[in-house]
Design a protein around this ligand. Structure first.
Ligand code: NAD
Length: 479
């Protein structure tokens, strides 16, 4: 039986290098968001399964830590190769779980391979320093793995978010217990199987499936778990943060966003319009880094919004824009359509579910743009997690910065202008973990990623992530 067909009907945990059925014996049924039909039966994990994964990880840690760094790097590189070799299968599974367009799914698979490749190349970093304090002393610092890392991922970019956290955690010598979102676990499980085939020893990467409140809580609370990397909602981040505070373990929190895209009148408005559409519509708006607040200099606001609306109107539901992930999310976005109406916003385009009869049964909404929006309104402040953009005019640079920062979130931002001095001033003043000038966002694995304010703390991606998956020891010797 090959790995792909094994994953198709029943999805069990992956513990200690092998498939493991849930101690509870229960399974839930996955739903294909493009059709509303069933997908796989997903193991319903519980604390007993987390105990088994923690025991396997704890056993595996000393051995994995003693692997030579180049050998760890070689295994990660083989995992990257395996992801690429199985790109179509990964895309099929991701599409079944999330409904996203194939080219998006394939790009995410390639990006996932790139994480393993990137960190494989950095296996000897970061190493530490020698400190020159006094003669007769040799003082040095070294970075060491934490041990067992708990990783909890959401449903919107499943394989990618798993790869983003697993690769730097493993390359720095840690072992992992990973819990993917209950709605989209298939690609994470295939990643675990292929990693084992690529030579990753049993117990180094374990995947426990199931609900956040049961399995997620059990992972964060488990005494063997020494650090948690979480990607998901602010609400869950707070819940996990309370447990981590009690246990005094470090956390990386990658939470939500309501990112501002600031367009000045002097910008290349063709580029800015194209990027504004990409910013709010990619993955049907279900990305933490979506650009969902479009701030436009007042003299060009109306004409620019018309241009963005014309481009967004060309997006085909089912082709360029996939469905929302679940029936609940579908209902939630429709609730925001109602809130927008009550708040007096004008729907420039969209504001409803799809009217394409071929997509009936799926969770599709039209790409939506609202104007006549006040920045203090709910649709401008709350993360909708659908393809919904609000537009707000501003008067000058100071006004643009004030509006951009008037948000509980601070994940990413965009600035479009031909005035390079202004671009840098605005980039410096915006409270966000990353700012893009004359473009919107990047998937590049090299760029550190994380939030300010309620968007979280800690950083994933880049060399920076390796600092978050290792801690520093100082050694002082007198001779
Ligand atoms: P969520 O917080 O409900 O779930 C995320 C993960 O946490 C899932 O695996 C879930 O099962 C688990 N979980 C839920 N409750 C838990 C608990 N009490 N204890 C432990 N784990 C628990 O979020 P979601 O709805 O799946 O994802 C959407 C959110 O994620 C959005 O707010 C989005 O902005 C955010 N997100 C952030 C990033 C980022 O990098 N900053 C990336 C993607 C998504």
């Amino acid at each position: 039986m090959n790995t792909e067909t094994a994953a198709a009907a029943v999805l069990d945990h992956w513990i200690d290098g092998a498939s493991a059925s849930p101690a509870s014996g229960t399974y839930s049924s996955g739903t294909n968001p493009a059709t509303g039909g069933p997908t796989v039966r997903i193991a319903g994990g519980d604390p007993t399964d987390v105990d088994a994964a923690a025991a396997a990880a704890t056993r595996a840690f000393p051995g994995w830590r003693r692997f030579s760094a180049p050998e760890r790097g070689r295994i990660l590189r083989r995992i990257a190769d395996a992801i690429r070799e199985h790109a179509e299968t990964f895309a099929d599974l991701e599409i079944e779980d999330t409904g996203k367009p194939r080219r998006t799914a394939l790009a995410e698979v390639e990006n996932s391979a790139a994480y393993f490749e990137f960190y494989a190349g950095l296996v000897n970093l970061p190493v530490g320093d020698v400190l020159d304090v006094e003669p007769g002393q040799h003082i040095y610092t070294r970075r060491e793995p934490y041990g067992v890392i708990g990783i909890i991922t959401p449903w919107n970019v499943p394989l990618n978010q798993a790869a983003r956290a697993v690769a730097p955690a493993l390359v720095t010598g840690n072992v992992v217990i990973l819990k993917p979102a209950e709605t989209s676990s298939q690609t994470t499980m295939l990643l675990a199987r292929l990693s084992a085939e690529a030579g990753l020893p049993p117990g180094v990467l374990n995947v426990v499936l199931g609900s956040g409140s049961v399995v997620g809580t059990a992972i964060v609370s488990h005494p063997a778990v020494r650090k948690v990397a979480f990607t998901g909602s602010v609400q869950t981040g707070r819940t996990i943060g309370r447990i981590a505070a009690e246990r005094i373990i470090p956390l990386t929190l990658e939470l939500g966003g309501k990112s501002a895209n600031v367009v000045f009148a002097d910008a290349d408005l063709d580029v800015a319009a194209r990027e504004a559409v990409r910013a709010f519509s990619a993955n049907a708006g279900q990305v933490c880094s979506a650009g969902t607040r479009l701030l436009v200099e007042r003299p060009v606001h109306d004409a620019f919004v018309a241009r963005v609306a014309a481009l967004a109107g060309e997006l085909r539901e089912g082709e360029d824009i996939g469905p929302l992930i679940t029936r609940t999310q579908f209902a939630q976005v429709q609730e925001y359509f109602q809130i927008a109406h009550e708040e007096g916003a004008t729907a420039v385009i969209g504001g409803s579910v799809t009217d394409d009869p071929a997509l009936a049964g799926g969770f599709y909404v039209k790409p939506t743009i609202y104007s006549d929006v006040d920045n203090s309104s709910r649709i401008a402040q709350e993360e909708i997690f659908g393809p919904v953009l609000v537009t707000i005019p501003f008067d000058d640079e100071a006004d643009a910065i004030r509006l951009a920062n008037d948000s509980e979130f601070g994940l990413i931002a965009g600035v479009f202008t031909r005035d390079i001095g202004r671009a840098f001033r605005v980039a410096d003043s915006i409270e966000a973990g990353q700012v893009f000038i004359n473009t919107w966002s990047t998937g590049a694995v090299q760029t550190p990623f994380g939030g300010h304010k309620n968007s979280g703390y800690g950083r994933e991606k880049g060399i920076e992530a390796m600092l978050h998956y290792s801690h520093l020891k100082t050694v002082v010797a007198v001779y």
